[in-house]
Design a protein. Structure first.
Length: 350
């Protein structure tokens, strides 16, 4: 009898263990579909790296920022986060414009720029007072405005993006370089435009080589300049090299010695960057910065060339929201009218 009882006990124990194992698996097993979803979510997060794009919204030209943002958003599937920088007085207007238009779907943050950081650093220049507007110097202070990103794109407001902004973001910066720009001598098809309007594309056009401080830099006046209206920046290197402090130093020296503000280039924000970044920057694909569209109301690029361009820049006096200007149709494709009616396009029949 004893062996019979022992077998029964063993069988009972095995049965209990089997039931426990089945119950354990039921409770702890993750359905395969859920496993796949989890993997997909993780891979999507990896793919969807945030691309921070900094654009200023200045009083009187907010429509420019709107058109630029619209063109970027419409031509990419990337996860773009727009940092829209304005002064305290302009921020409510740009926010309402976005929230009451088709741009309400974009991811954006509005950042207030305090012009007091520029006190004593800007030399007054009557020839082009618009270049002295505080927001022109936002690009000097990128790490102070944008905290959490390693890589940042800065764009002037008078641009239109026709390519996928992901391509620009993927621009390779060489080790030790805090930024990438477009060389002013890099695209043969723009040379004729530059010559026809008498635009300078060398350091001679921006710096006053009669001044000892400029000659002491040891930079040849025939060195090709670059345009800081499109920047891909590495924030770690920028902070490590104290780029902002270096730029401020040259701004202050200009106030004291008039090194560049009244020279031919008129680039009050460009000149300090030409000095600080000389020989220490990477280059952007030339098709990602087709410029000089605002330099003359008469000189035009070929339509085919402009269709191939990834980014168009109306740098110069003749802006596409004003009159006269060239290639305004390409700009107006992306413009979204101001719901408040405050910003209006200037056209021959208006």
């Amino acid at each position: 009898i004893l062996p019979f009882v022992s077998v029964n006990q063993i069988l009972l124990v095995l049965l209990v263990l089997t039931v426990c194992a089945i119950l354990y698996n039921k409770v702890h097993q993750v359905p395969s579909a859920l496993k796949n979803e989890t993997v997909d979510l993780e891979s999507n997060e990896e793919m969807e790296e945030e691309i921070p794009v900094v654009i200023c919204a200045a009083a009187g030209r907010m429509g420019a920022a709107i058109a630029a943002i619209s063109s970027i958003y419409s031509n990419t599937e990337a996860n773009v986060l727009f940092y829209i920088v304005g002064l305290k007085t302009t921020i409510p207007h740009i926010r309402k414009w976005i929230e009451n238009s088709k741009l309400k779907e974009i991811k954006f943050r509005v950042v207030e720029f305090n012009p007091m950081v520029l006190k004593g650093k800007i030399r007054q220049d009557a020839s082009r007072p618009e270049l002295l507007q505080p927001l022109n110097f936002v690009r000097f202070y990128l790490p102070l405005l944008i905290q959490k990103h390693e890589k940042v794109i800065y764009l002037d407001d008078d641009i239109i993006v026709q390519g996928d902004i992901q391509e620009l973001y993927d621009t390779n910066l060489a080790p030790g370089h805090a930024a990438a720009f477009s060389d002013d001598c890099d695209l043969p098809s723009t040379h004729e435009i530059v010559r026809s309007v008498g635009m300078q594309n060398t350091y001679m056009g921006f710096l006053d080589y009669r001044k000892q401080a400029i000659r002491d830099l040891g930079i040849s006046p025939s060195t090709c300049s670059f345009n800081p209206g499109v920047i891909v920046a590495n924030m770690t290197e920028w902070k490590h090299q104290r780029i902002t402090k270096q730029l401020e130093k040259w701004m202050q020296r200009n106030v004291e010695e008039n090194l560049y503000s009244s020279t031919l280039g008129g680039g009050v924000a460009t000149s300090p960057m030409l000095i600080v970044f000389h020989g220490k920057y990477s280059t952007i694909n030339p098709m990602w910065h087709i410029r000089h569209l605002g330099w003359s109301p008469d000189t035009r690029y070929s339509e085919h060339f402009l269709q191939e361009a990834k980014l168009l820049h109306w740098n110069g006096r003749y802006k596409p929201w004003d009159y006269p200007s060239v290639h305004t149709d390409l700009w107006e494709n992306w413009f979204i009218p101001d719901p408040s009616g405050k910003f209006k396009l200037t056209r021959p029949d208006s």
